[in-house]
Design a protein around this ligand. Structure first.
Ligand SMILES: C[S@@+](CC[C@H](N)C(=O)[O-])C[C@H]1O[C@@H](n2cnc3c(N)ncnc32)[C@H](O)[C@@H]1O
Length: 291
């Protein structure tokens, strides 16, 4: 396994290079990707007046949803490593005069506490398994919570229960330039939290209490539009940067390659059904909000 500094630099580079694809797909991802975090939002139930942090908020769709739940007195803050995605989130959701959710650019692993702390609740969708040093990142999250605050996060389980995720990359990659390094073992990546015991150990080491990890399955419903659906899946994945660098003809080959592998999830005339196997991770900050 590579050392933490290498993994952290790799993560920062990955998200800087992949951000344009996420920005391009922001509206589509908000719509199709909603089931990926719905169980965490249901568990968290943000209340009016609460102060909530969204870790790894991407282009801000989930932070905006939380902001609506805690309005008018509460606040929602989205934190993300990718400055371009934070800028896009502000464009999409920050109202005139600064109303609505707030967005902060930063690496959760290197912050002492997140600006706006202490938080009553923390939400995170599909991000925590990407941390180069998960204990450092989770400790910063926990330090940013008030005593007894609650956390709900979702991550992928493993590749066997998320077969569509590698399919888009594998179908596209043969047509594109070099991809970023693929994770090995426990290195950060979509399936780095596959082992629930490891996840419990990481949260325990970061000082969380009442840790609960529950498997649940959802289906992402996408329209019967192979061009759009394959482009969405390529652009938000490891082949996204190489795809955006490619010429239009090559992009077409990449989409066709991905579409062939995704065909088994498609019913012509109806659309795609992408099965996703997730963890719902819930925990509390424990008795103190300082380390
Ligand atoms: C898979 S995306 C999920 C985005 C969003 N939560 C969603 O579900 O649509 C992961 C996000 O986590 C961010 N991220 C990765 N590592 C991070 C870190 N160390 N600190 C803060 N954000 C990070 C990335 O920039 C990216 O936007």
């Amino acid at each position: 396994m590579a050392d933490t500094a290498t993994l952290r630099a790799r993560n920062a580079d990955f998200w800087a290079r992949t951000a344009p694809g996420w920005i391009h797909q922001a509206d589509r991802h908000d719509e199709i990707g909603r089931p990926l975090g719905a169980a965490a939002l249901d568990w968290l139930r943000p209340q009016p007046g609460e102060r909530v942090l969204d870790v790894g908020c991407g282009c801000g769709g989930t932070t905006a949803e939380i902001a609506r739940a805690v309005a008018p007195e509460g606040s929602a803050i989205g934190l993300d490593l990718a400055e371009a995605m934070v800028a896009k989130a502000r464009d999409r959701f920050t109202g005139p005069g600064g109303g609505g959710p707030r967005f902060v650019a930063g690496d959760i692993e290197t912050l002492d506490t997140v600006p706006g702390a202490p938080f009553d609740a923390v939400y995170s969708r599909m991000t925590l398994m990407l941390l180069a040093d998960p204990v450092a990142g989770l400790t910063a999250v926990r330090r940013s919570m008030r005593a007894g605050a609650r956390l709900a996060a979702t991550t992928f389980r493993d590749g066997r229960v998320n077969p569509w995720l590698p399919a888009a990359m594998l179908g596209a990659a043969a047509h594109l330039g070099p991809l970023p390094p693929l994770p090995i073992g426990d290195e950060p990546g979509p399936f780095a939290f596959a082992d629930a015991t490891r996840v419990t150990d990481l949260f325990t080491a970061a000082g969380f209490t009442t840790i609960n990890i529950q498997a649940y399955d959802v289906v992402l419903d996408a329209p019967d539009d192979p061009e759009a659906v394959t482009e969405w899946l390529i652009e938000i994945g490891p082949a996204g940067a190489a795809y955006r660098d490619a010429e239009l003809t090559t992009q077409g080959y990449a989409r066709a390659g991905a579409a062939r592998l995704l065909e088994r999830f498609r019913t012509a005339g109806t659309g795609y059904r992408l099965p996703a196997g997730l963890w719902l991770i819930t925990a509390h900050s424990g008795g103190t909000s300082t380390p």
